[in-house]
Ligand binder design. Structure first.
Ligand code: ADP
Ligand code: MG
Length: 250
């Protein structure tokens, strides 16, 4: 699904976290957004996902303006999000956590899923099998019936990805998905992201770890102090003097 961000700004207490940012991501593209800490990456992500409203500018998904829509309405349009900090539902199993993602797209609805209200039986069976497939893809199959809060932190982050995938998103936003993962887990995540890209999923990958995204992304947008300072292929961006200066602080 095509994403177009035009002239988006967001300030906190008079200080711009994101300032006049425009970017457009083509269907099937894997776009990385990189930049130093505090550059505005997570804020931009929230402006696209709908967790924050912009002070100015427009966000459109598949040509539909969504900047006034709350996050759950954008989710219905196909936006999946994996936040920087793990967000799990404690007191539910890993599988139930993932099923909440799928409920967001069914008649039963997200709330019914979160409250575990009885849904239509056939829906429920279908959703459980979809959830198990998503757990399998994210390497969590063995954890399916364990309480989510018992999962190690790295697995809790993978659980959010499984939940997002279970909703069958058309645009997937990933905020620093590799942070806190061990080397082997990072490799598995990189492989999964590569597979999703090959399947044609449009993705926005926000990362602090430049090396991680450079080999995955089609194009890279570089933010610094809330503004876009460079955009291009990984090779173009790597050679850009403005990018080198922003990272080296010169
Ligand atoms: P990044 O994800 O690139 O590290 P953020 O988008 O989290 O950057 O933050 C960008 C800037 O906006 C930072 O200076 C941060 O302190 C500020 N900021 C982000 N969220 C808030 C908030 N909810 N309230 C106040 N300031 C915020
Ligand atoms: Mg961030």
């Amino acid at each position: 699904m095509r994403l177009a961000v035009k002239g988006v700004s967001r300030a906190f207490g008079g200080v711009y976290a994101v300032r006049d940012v425009s970017l457009s991501v083509e269907p099937g593209e894997l776009r990385a957004v990189i930049g130093p800490n505090g550059a505005g990456k997570s804020t931009l992500f929230a402006l696209i996902g709908g967790q924050l409203a912009p002070n100015a500018g427009t966000v459109s998904l598949g040509g539909v303006p969504v900047q006034r829509l709350p996050a759950h309405r954008r989710a219905r349009l196909g936006v999946g999000v994996v936040f920087q900090a793990a967000r799990i539902f404690a007191g539910m199993t890993a599988c139930e956590n993932v099923m909440v993602g799928a409920h967001a797209t069914t008649r039963a609805g997200f709330l019914a899923g979160a409250l575990r209200l009885p849904a239509h039986r056939r829906d429920e069976r279908l959703i459980r099998s979809r959830a198990l497939a998503c757990l399998e893809r994210t390497g969590l199959a063995a954890w399916a019936d364990r309480p989510a809060e018992e999962l190690p932190l790295g697995q809790q982050r993978a659980l959010q990805l499984a939940r997002a995938l279970c909703a069958e998103p058309k645009l997937l936003l990933l905020d620093e998905p590799a942070s806190g993962l061990r080397a082997g887990e990072r490799e598995r995540l990189a492989t999964l992201i590569g597979d999703l890209r090959a399947e044609g999923l449009t993705m926005l990958l926000v990362e602090h770890d430049v090396a991680f995204v450079m080999r995955l992304a089609d194009r890279v947008t570089v933010l610094d102090l809330g503004r876009v300072i460079a955009e291009g292929t990984p090779a173009e961006v790597r050679a850009d003097p403005a990018v080198i200066a922003a990272y080296l602080g010169t």
